[in-house]
Design a protein around this ligand. Structure first.
Ligand SMILES: Nc1nc2c(ncn2[C@@H]2O[C@H](COP(=O)(O)OP(=O)(O)OP(=O)(O)O)[C@@H](O)[C@H]2O)c(=O)[nH]1
Ligand SMILES: [Mg+2]
Length: 540
């Protein structure tokens, strides 16, 4: 066998096997089976003698296959008769020093005959290596004949289609076989047998008609010969044509290459080279956004902001009115995000108490939709098998996704545990002002108390006609109130900053969960698809 061709064949078959491996569970079973059959056939055929070329005579019953085998071999080994159909089992005639029994065993052809050198002579040297098969018909009432013929034309290295003047245009032959093998023109011959039954003019006309018919089926390149097994006309040409095929020593590999190509083409209905190898950033962001909203994670950042405003108000507001803030519920407590400190959270995330993220059926359904949307988006343009696989990958961790989100949110450091240092400073200041106001008040009220105990009153110096104690009392109250107004502005800025920071942290946490639970499995599947496409391209 031609070495270069065989190694190319082996490489392409290996690529096809690889592609089929990736396509398991993704491509249609029929296509997979065809591809794998082709690779198995390559393995088996290459394992057998490369010195033999197996060529089958195939055709309708009565076309003269057996008669042609006899005419070509100069024997009467094949039984040809008037009863239809005649040939029931395939027969192999071998032009070689040794019968390739392993090859014929693999093909399951028990009837075999080797032409001894003494039978053949020098003229047969040109056919050395040939194994010529006489096959049963494809069109008689014996369905087993057709099965046997179908099986063998799938295994042989080349086919000689034997047609006769009556049935050469038979639709069952053309649409059922010849058209199907249009890619195999270089490993096929067509013989218009029984040429003796036609006048020379009619033979030319029939030959031309047949050629046109074949050309219309994409077989314009196939060799068409006229012959008569009865008179021997055209048999020498047929033999020399066969000799050329045998001598090329490339038939087996050529045929198998066609099988590999056909197998790869069967799989390539799944091909879409335009696909990206990864989920795009934009697609990932869309998913994260959808999950943030569906699970209610987006509310957490707002809660962080609100909580900051409330706590900041309590800490830095004017103590006389800021206590009202205590009446408002802490939004973080409402989300069960308050009780734990970050250290505890991250050490034992599994013990983290459940946050109040949305875990309702509606939320789960929304997450499910987001996952499916991502899968559909990513797999657009792929065949149903791959689309399904990508969808499965996207949903592979769906059951635990909400729990993982919950843990991620519970363990995220939202920056709510410590207060800004200026809060404490303002707080001290506020209480100092309260103390000053109280001092002023006591000072003012001290006169009547001291008088009751018959004690001398404290001096009440004045400034601008008003007692300093009154200045102190009023001034401290006004200062506290104004300070409260000023710091509320600062608290609002802190709250906004914390909201933004929390939103970023939460987004990262959700992104991490989405990466682990969705994007990685989907990317793995996409990677598999890319490998499939690459292997298929090598097989083709
Ligand atoms: N006139 C003429 N008759 C032929 C020719 N070749 C075969 N026949 C006859 O056609 C009949 C069928 O020939 P077979 O060789 O048995 O045909 P087959 O294709 O092997 O048929 P099955 O085994 O039934 O599939 C026989 O009677 C042959 O004698 C030919 O070239 N010319
Ligand atoms: Mg026969």
């Amino acid at each position: 066998m031609n070495q270069q061709l065989t190694s190319a064949l082996a490489a392409r078959a290996a690529a096809l096997r690889e592609a089929a491996g990736y396509a398991v569970g993704r491509s249609p079973e029929v296509a997979l089976a065809q591809a794998l059959r082709a690779t198995r056939q390559v393995d088996r055929r290459l394992a057998f003698s490369g010195e033999n070329t197996v060529i089958a005579l195939a055709g309708a019953t009565g076309s003269g296959k057996s008669s042609l085998l006899n005419a070509i071999s100069g024997t009467q080994l094949a039984f040809s008769g008037v009863k239809r159909p005649t040939t029931t089992h395939p027969l192999a005639v071998v032009w070689a020093d040794n019968t390739p029994d392993d090859l014929l065993d693999w093909m399951n052809i028990p009837l075999r005959h080797r032409l001894a050198a003494v039978d053949t002579g020098a003229s047969e040297a040109a056919l050395a290596g040939l194994v010529l098969l006489d096959l049963p018909d494809y069109d008689s009432t014996e369905l087993s004949h057709r099965d046997e013929m179908n099986r063998l034309i799938g295994l042989v290295d080349a086919m000689i289609w034997v047609l006769d003047p009556q049935k050469y245009a038979d639709n069952a032959l053309h649409s059922g076989y010849l058209e199907r093998f249009r890619e195999y023109a270089d490993v096929m011959l067509v013989v218009l047998n029984q040429s003796d039954r036609l006048s020379p003019d009619d033979l030319v006309a029939a030959h031309e008609h047949l050629r046109k018919l074949l050309a219309s089926e994409g077989l314009g390149k196939v060799r068409v010969l006229n012959a008569s097994a009865l008179t021997g006309d055209g048999i020498a040409e047929l033999r020399s044509e066969i000799a050329t095929l045998v001598k090329s020593k490339r038939l087996a590999a050529a045929r198998l290459l066609h099988d590999v190509t056909a197998g790869a083409l069967a799989l390539s209905s799944d091909l879409n080279r335009e696909r990206h190898r990864k989920v795009s950033n934009e697609q990932a962001n869309r998913l994260v956004n959808a999950v943030l909203v569906a699970a209610g994670v987006d509310q957490v950042a707002n809660a962080v902001g609100q909580a900051t405003r409330i706590r900041g108000g309590l800490a830095t507001g004017w103590p006389l009115i800021s206590w009202i803030g205590k009446l408002r519920p802490d939004p973080l407590k409402r989300l069960h995000l308050e009780a734990l400190v970050p250290a505890e959270r991250s050490d034992t995330p599994e013990l983290a108490q459940r946050t109040a993220l949305q875990t309702s059926d509606v939320a789960r359904a929304q997450v499910h939709t987001a996952l499916r949307d991502t899968a559909d988006d990513v797999s657009r343009g792929l065949s149903s098998g791959w689309t399904k696989a990508i969808r499965q990958a996207s949903l592979s961790h769906e059951d635990t996704l909400i729990d993982e989100l919950d843990i991620a949110v519970a363990t995220a450091d939202l920056g709510t545990t410590n207060s800004p240092s200026w809060w404490s400073f303002v707080r001290v200041l506020q209480w100092f002002l309260i103390a000053a106001a109280l001092t002023g008040l006591l000072w003012l009220g001290s006169g009547s108390v001291l008088e009751y105990f018959k004690l001398a009153p404290l001096p009440l110096p004045q400034w601008h006609g008003v007692a300093i104690a009154t200045w102190l009392f009023g001034g401290a109250l006004v200062a506290g109130f104004l300070l409260g107004l000023l710091t509320s502005l600062g608290v609002r800025i802190s709250a906004e900053r914390r909201t933004t920071a929390a939103a970023t942290t939460l987004r990262q946490a959700v992104r991490q969960v989405a990466n682990q639970a969705v994007l990685t499995p989907v990317n793995t599947e996409l990677e598999r698809y890319a490998r499939f496409v690459a292997a298929l391209a090598r097989a083709l």
